[in-house]
Design a protein around this ligand. Structure first.
Ligand SMILES: Cc1cc2nc3c(=O)[nH]c(=O)nc-3n(C[C@H](O)[C@H](O)[C@H](O)COP(=O)(O)O)c2cc1C
Length: 198
C-alpha cells in the first residue's frame, strides 16, 4: 500500500520549514505520497509584524497549505516538526493537535507511523523533551512511534539524538549533517509505515 505521509510543521523563523521540506524530498524519493502542511498560526498579526524575521517566514510560507483534520485522516503516516518553546512543542502545534479529538474518538489516528523532529536555540535547551512530549501524544493516539534510534551513521554526525532529528537553530540554512539525519528519519518512517499499512 502507498504510504501517504502528512508532514505537519510550525516555523517562526524558517528552521522547521526547511526540515519539513528536506524530509518531504526524501520521503518522496522513498515512494511516499507527501503533503507538507503548516499548522495554523495563532499569534496576533501585530506580533508577527513586530519581528522582521517572523514576517519574512510568514511570507515565505504563504503558499503552504494549512493542516486540517482531513489531512490527518488521509495520511497513514505522520511526521511532526515543531520548534522547542520552553522545553515543549510550540503552542501552535499543540493548538492543532487539540483540534483532533473527533478523529481520535473514531480511532482514525491509530496504527499509523509517527515520528517527530524539532529545533531549539541550544543543544541542551529542550530538544529531547520536545520530542518526548510529542511522542506522548502519539501514544494517546495509538500511533506507532518510529524513532530513528542509532540506525544510521548520519545520526552520530548530527548530534546523536536517537529520538528524532533535532537542529540547533542559528538562523542559518541546515547543515549537511542535519539534512542527512532528517533524510534518514523520513526514509525510515516511510519504510516502516509501508509495513504497517500492509
Ligand atoms: C517563546 C520562546 C521560547 C523558546 N524556548 C526555547 C527553549 O526552551 N530552549 C531553546 O533552546 N530554545 C528556545 N527557543 C528558541 C526556539 O527553539 C528557536 O527559535 C526555534 O527552534 C527556531 O525554529 P524556527 O526557525 O522553525 O522557528 C524559544 C523561542 C521562543 C520564541
Amino acid at each position: 500500500m502507498t504510504v501517504k505521509l502528512a508532514i505537519i510543521y510550525y516555523s517562526t523563523y524558517g528552521t522547521n520549514h526547511q526540515m519539513a521540506n528536506t524530509a518531504a524530498e526524501a520521503a518522496r524519493a522513498a515512494g511516499a505520497e507527501v503533503r507538507v502542511l503548516k499548522v495554523p498560526e495563532t499569534a496576533p498579526q501585530a506580533a508577527i509584524d513586530s519581528q522582521d524575521a517572523w514576517k519574512a517566514q510568514q511570507e515565505r510560507s504563504a503558499d503552504v497549505p494549512e493542516a486540517t483534520p482531513a489531512d490527518m485522516e488521509w495520511a497513514n503516516a505522520y511526521l511532526f516538526s515543531a520548534p522547542t518553546r520552553f522545553g515543549g512543542a510550540a503552542s501552535q502545534v499543540r493548538a492543532f493537535i487539540d483540534t483532533l479529538g473527533g478523529l481520535w474518538g473514531e480511532g482514525k489516528l491509530a496504527n499509523k507511523g509517527f515520528s517527530a523532529m524539532t529545533s531549539a536555540q541550544n543543544p541542551n535547551g529542550g530538544q529531547e523533551t520536545t520530542l518526548q512530549t510529542l511522542y506522548v501524544t502519539a501514544q494517546h493516539w495509538g500511533s506507532i512511534i518510529v524513532a530513528p534510534g542509532y540506525t544510521d551513521k548520519a545520526i552520530f554526525a548530527s548530534g546523536g539524538n536517537p529520538y528524532g532529528a533535532s537542529v540547533t537553530a542559528n538562523g542559518q540554512p541546515l547543515s549537511e549533517e542535519d539534512k542527512a539525519t532528517i533524510r534518514h528519519q523520513a526514509k525510515r518512517l516511510v519504510e516502516i509505515s509501508a509495513k504497517l499499512a500492509e
